[in-house]
Write a protein that binds this ligand. Sequence first.
Ligand SMILES: Nc1ncnc2c1ncn2[C@@H]1O[C@H](COP(=O)(O)OP(=O)(O)OP(=O)(O)O)[C@@H](O)[C@H]1O
Length: 509
Amino acid sequence: MPTVSLQDDFTHVPDLPRDVRSVLELAARSMFQLFADTVEGMMLVDRQGKVVWISEGYKQFLPALGFQDESEFVGHAVEEVVPNTLMREVIATGRPILVDLLTNKAGTFLVSRIPLRDDRGEVIGALGMVLMAHPESTMQPLMKKFARLQRELDDARKQLAEQRRPKYTFASFIGSSPQVMEVKRQARRVAQTDSTVLLLGETGTGKELLAHAIHAASSRAGRPFIGVNIAAIPETLLEAEFFGVAPGAYTGADRKGRDGKFKLADGGTLFLDEIGDMPLALQAKLLRALQEQEIEPLGSNQVLKVDVRVIAATSRDLPQLVAEGKFREDLYYRLNVVPIRLPSLRERLGDLEALVEFLGEDISRRSGMPHRDVAPDAFEVLRAHPWRGNIRELRNVLEQVTMLTDDLRLEARHFRRALATPESPLQPPVELSPASATAAEGAGAPGASAVRPLGEAVAEVERQAIQAALNATGGNKQAAARLLKISRATLYEKLAQYGPVPWPPAGGR
Ligand SMILES: Nc1ncnc2c1ncn2[C@@H]1O[C@H](COP(=O)(O)OP(=O)(O)OP(=O)(O)O)[C@@H](O)[C@H]1O
């Protein structure tokens, strides 16, 4: 096989002309030939818009256009013989129409129109090509696919906009007690500003709902509302989640880079839930982002300007965390510009009826089950309950009671069952008098079957307490651990030890 040395060039190839002009002419001729051979038909039109030539292939369209012979077609004004053509526009503007659909009495055609110029660049005519006849049938699978993808894109865009639209307004925050009216007044006022807001209150008091409402009432309502639950994200991922990742900083899924929540919330509101769980190491970066409105994506040395209003929330005692050195004091002051404390349900029992009415309606609408009335004696039971999980717990209890009975009127007895906790047990506690304890020792003694090994009994009580805490917090383990006054790690240990405690509870307790 002959080898080509590096010294070889191709100038000696006999067939290729050596001057550029001739090469270009050759290229133009070859391309013309290629088009003439591959397209369905071609026509040339002069500067006046008169057809001067048609290719052999084009002749196939003449009968459909109403002509028997080429002579009836060539020599005539193009729009007289080809209805709806845009050839004259191409001549007038000098701009090509590279791909277009032309429809007339002969059918639909995929066409291309190119202006022809002389040596001085003047338009002297146009070349028209029929690339494909009846593309509606040939290209249908492609068009269908395109239409489907377009529809999917539109749906995804709508869904995203829906997710980012504020879900709640102040009207969704149910309650007219003086405490709630004061919270709404403060929130409405702060909505008009760009200040950082700190929402304080027990779990389930409506902090997230209020954050949505503040956003919806602010000038940022048309921009995204982005929420981050800090406690729910592993510490190692938080920085990337907040500030994003620069392209090429990592391999794998993050190779192309990723926007962080600050960037996603640009122009809108960023809701930082459980801010008290923010790791110390990240607090300095968050402070900088809040103060400078600048972020630095991971693996990048560029700072990005952002315009974000932050609403933070916590159920923890931030001053206490500051005192313990777990929360930076400067960040606390930066967040605490406008603190709003949400009252617990215990502090606003006057709203109980309105809340029960609203939540009951919502539950029946979502579940498709009939709406239930709540009897006055049931409200007495509800008022006496400690509601450590607040509105979330109230919702869960109502849902559970609704699922467990077909009665259209919910009575005190229905709620007593659902609200039984280790502290207010279903069964009155057995009094451990020395006499009964001794009696129970004998095998077969009355009550002996109720006696269980202490470890087993303690485990059962723990399990119940965990279940109650999960019920109260809507399954939120972080919040449940806090209610139980144990660490999250201990809660996970106990869950592993006792087996998973079902959430949502199947069939009630
Ligand atoms: N005032 C209210 N009116 C109607 N629904 C409410 C009200 N407050 C809370 N809810 C409902 O209670 C549930 C818990 O509310 P939300 O998540 O806003 O509480 P949270 O204080 O942010 O809780 P956590 O601290 O556990 O995150 C939600 O379903 C919410 O819609």
